[in-house]
Design a protein around this ligand. Structure first.
Ligand SMILES: Nc1ncnc2c1ncn2[C@@H]1O[C@H](COP(=O)(O)OP(=O)(O)OP(=O)(O)O)[C@@H](O)[C@H]1O
Ligand SMILES: [Mg+2]
Length: 456
């Protein structure tokens, strides 16, 4: 069943149920009050008659006094203890015949349904004792058809019935209109999603009216999601094309040296050695590059960090020791206090420091300094070299994937332009900051700012 139909039927059924309940209550209240009023009027009339009957009244005057009080479809009688009826006046003989006289000591009223001329009629009977005056022991009985009540009841039932049916129809129509308003944007969304599923191309939902409601929020959230998907899609294909482009150069070198070897064999020993050397070094480059690619790919996924308390002083000491041994360069560590503790993923922070040192080593010849500092909020790591520096206008670009300032030189130094991109991603995951101060020809200082708060 369609959701519009469901909403429609449910609201209509619910409304009808409430209406019927209200109608029942209205009907019962109406009947109660009207009957009470009729009863009161009956007693009032009986009281008036009783007061009016006098000790000196002749039977004829009593008869005429009773007659004067007769209304349509009613009877008035005087009943004695044994049920004898000395006086009775009526304009509806059949009615008086149907109802037997009853003597009472206390006032009472009764409502009774009787069949008159094959029709059910409601009759109100009022009985009051007649103690004073002429009668020491008798009671007055008035019986009256509740004709007005019947007509009013019929009219009320008719009004209630018609208004319920009308309300039902109106509710069905307005429900249809309302569910259409709600469903239109949803149908729009379903169509767009089906389109995406069929074509495989991300597509946005057109928002026609600025309604600022939940449905618009749903549509804009969907559109933002599509935007992100598109962006990721773009990033991924850009990455694949950049990566294959990067791999092309070393592969071409390997292929041409391999061809050389195939053509000339191992006759020319010197040339063969050069070829093998080149193939080896290019293969190592590819290997390193693929490792970096994997790093980038995993960082793009915004992985979870494995954080623990890290002492930056001892971490830097161990990194520097290794780097000094491998590169035989002067690298100095400066710090005022120890330990300097931060909450971080140790392996990832180590990777960032290695990336920065690797750059300082590649792009300078002199000594390199690493400074560790700490204030209330942050821990700061600075890696400073006095190398070639980075032109001011290039600084904004060097965090881009595969971006290198001097492409030719980078080939010599073996860079792929991913180091700083990876470093920035890792620092971003740590909610830290990376800044670069550099002057062409004078040197570069890279600053890492990480929160020194140990609680999460
Ligand atoms: N300390 C530095 N001094 C001078 N230039 C630098 C320095 N660090 C980075 N650069 C410039 O920024 C570019 C990007 O650096 P990045 O570390 O991202 O790539 P890479 O060093 O070329 O390659 P990879 O680090 O992937 O091996 C470098 O190619 C270089 O031109
Ligand atoms: Mg680098």
């Amino acid at each position: 069943m369609r959701i519009t139909l469901k909403i429609n039927l449910l609201t209509t059924a619910w409304m009808l149920l409430i209406l019927i309940l209200i109608n029942i209550v209205v009907f019962i209240l109406f009947m109660r009050t009207t009957l009470n009023m009729e009863e009161d009027m009956g007693f009032q009339k009986a009281g008036d008659i009783v007061k009016n009957i006098d000790i000196n009244d002749t039977p004829e005057s009593i008869q005429s006094k009773l007659k004067n009080n007769l209304t349509e479809h009613s009877y008035i009688r005087i009943v004695q203890p044994k049920g004898q009826i000395p006086y009775e006046v009526t304009n509806e003989k059949a009615l008086a015949k149907k109802i037997k006289g009853k003597f009472v000591n206390k006032s009472e009223s009764e409502r009774r349904g009787i069949i008159l001329e094959d029709k059910e009629k409601q009759v109100l009977i009022v009985r009051v004792p007649l103690k004073d005056g002429r009668f020491h022991n008798a009671s007055l009985e008035i019986g009256e058809e509740l004709e007005g009540l019947e007509t009013r009841k019929d009219i009320l039932l008719w009004i209630l019935g018609v208004s319920t049916v009308l309300a039902g129809i109106l509710s069905l129509l307005s429900g249809k209109w309302l569910s259409n308003i709600i469903m239109r944007p949803i149908t729009n969304m379903i169509n767009t999603m089906e389109d995406i599923e069929r074509s495989g191309v991300p597509k946005k939902i057109t928002i026609h009216n600025d309604t600022k409601d939940e449905l618009q929020t749903l549509a804009s959230t969907f559109n933002r999601m599509i935007d992100r998907l598109e962006e990721n899609f773009e990033k991924q294909s850009q990455f694949v094309s950049d990566a294959s482009h990067e791999l092309k150069t070393p592969l071409t070198v390997i292929k041409s040296y391999a061809n050389l070897l195939r053509r000339h064999g191992l006759e020319d020993k010197e040339m063969a050695e050069e070829a093998i050397q080149a193939i080896h070094s290019e293969a190592t480059r590819i290997q390193k590059m693929t490792e970096t690619f994997l790093d980038v790919a995993s960082l793009e996924k915004e992985i979870e960090l494995e954080t623990s308390v890290v002492n930056l002083v001892s971490l830097c000491q161990s990194i520097l020791k290794q780097m000094k041994q491998v590169y035989k360069r002067e690298i100095n560590l400066h710090y005022q206090e120890s330990p300097i503790l931060i909450m971080a993923d140790e392996l990832k922070i180590k990777q960032v420091i290695v990336i920065l040192l690797d750059n300082a080593i590649k792009y300078s010849n002199g000594k390199i300094d690493v400074f560790l500092d700490k204030n209330e909020e942050n821990a700061i790591i600075r890696v400073k070299d006095s190398g070639i520096g980075i032109p001011q206008e290039e600084i904004k670009n060097i965090f881009e994937r595969f971006y290198r300032v001097d492409k030719a030189r980078s080939r010599e130094t073996g860079g792929s332009g991913l180091g700083l991109h990876i470093a920035k991603r890792i620092i971003k995951l740590h909610k830290g900051e990376i800044r670069i101060n550099s002057k062409e020809g004078e040197g570069t200082e890279v600053e890492l700012i990480l929160s020194s708060r140990l609680e999460l």
